[in-house]
Design a binder for this molecule. Structure first.
Ligand code: ADP
Length: 265
């Protein structure tokens, strides 16, 4: 059975002794597994009915000239809300997959084309209302999982756009230092109060719930980033100042990096 061992070296009446506490965590593990399975199954089961509803809403929208004008607005609301739900389910499924750690084979992922694609997507999300720059100091490949990395990096860059007023700057930067690889996303947006920072990667935690929901967020983005980085033996660093902006940095170990010129890659 899974157990936690705690070992203490103690000195009692001048005699050295050892105290070992054993805690059986089988039940906790089982509950955690049940929670994961439940979330994965519910997300999966909800997908099909939602696809049917979205499909019909779209069909009705295409014929909206035959309907009273008020209906058009209602259909628009229905379409927006079903998209929100689709995004939520997509994020929940991604998190469940990350948690269950399905065993795909890691591949060398070329960073330059990946980051360029993300910059382009973010420019379209921002409707070119932000300045988005990308600099790559050292063109490298990262041993890992393309879809996960794309999702994690996109979440950080899209957040930077979402939480930065129009006219702001978002800088994407890949660099290496001391053998490690870093991807940082810096914005000069609304920033985050210090007390929120340690909790940001929790599921559904939001520094400003009303704003986050208005920007179409699911509240799962940074939880996904954290799990993707764990899956790549990396970590997320966050620094931010309210009213000034934020920097989110992904740190990767050197063991996962190779130069683009490396043979066979
Ligand atoms: P959401 O879908 O709400 O954006 P995330 O998990 O991606 O969920 O982010 C969690 C919270 O962290 C957000 O609700 C927001 O309050 C804060 N946040 C994330 N990125 C930024 C940023 N670049 N600037 C300011 N706040 C941010």
């Amino acid at each position: 059975n899974p157990r936690i061992y705690l070992q203490f070296n103690i000195t009692l009446f001048g005699r050295k002794d050892r105290l070992i506490l054993v805690h059986d965590v089988t039940r906790l593990k089982q509950l955690e597994e049940m929670r994961k399975d439940f979330v994965a199954n519910v997300s999966h089961e909800l997908r099909t009915p939602l696809t049917v509803i979205s499909g019909y809403v779209e069909t009705m929208q295409a014929a909206s000239e035959m309907l009273p004008p008020r209906w058009g607005r209602m259909l628009q609301q229905m379409s927006e809300q079903s998209h929100r739900m689709e995004n939520l389910l997509k994020d929940l499924l991604m998190l469940s997959r990350l948690e269950t750690g399905e065993n795909e084979q890691a591949q060398p992922v070329a960073l330059q084309p990946l980051l360029e694609a993300i910059r382009r997507d973010a420019a379209s999300l921002s409707s070119n209302k932000h300045t988005l720059s990308l600099s790559i100091d050292h063109d490298q490949k990262l041993m890992g999982f393309y879809n996960e990395l794309r999702s994690a990096f996109s979440n950080l860059v899209f957040n930077a756009v979402k939480y930065t007023p129009e006219g702001g700057h978002v800088k994407l930067h890949w660099y290496s230092e001391g053998g490690k690889g870093y991807f940082s996303v810096t914005d000069n947006g609304i920033g985050i109060a210090h007390h929120h920072i340690p909790r940001l990667t929790e599921r559904f935690y939001r520094a400003d719930p009303s704003r986050s929901i208005a920007t179409g967020g699911t509240g799962l983005g940074l939880a996904i980033v954290k799990h993707v980085l764990l899956h790549h033996d990396g970590e997320l660093q966050i620094s931010s100042e309210e009213g000034k902006g934020s920097t989110f940095t992904c740190v990767f170990p050197g063991s996962r990096l190779s130069d683009t010129s490396a043979p066979g890659q």
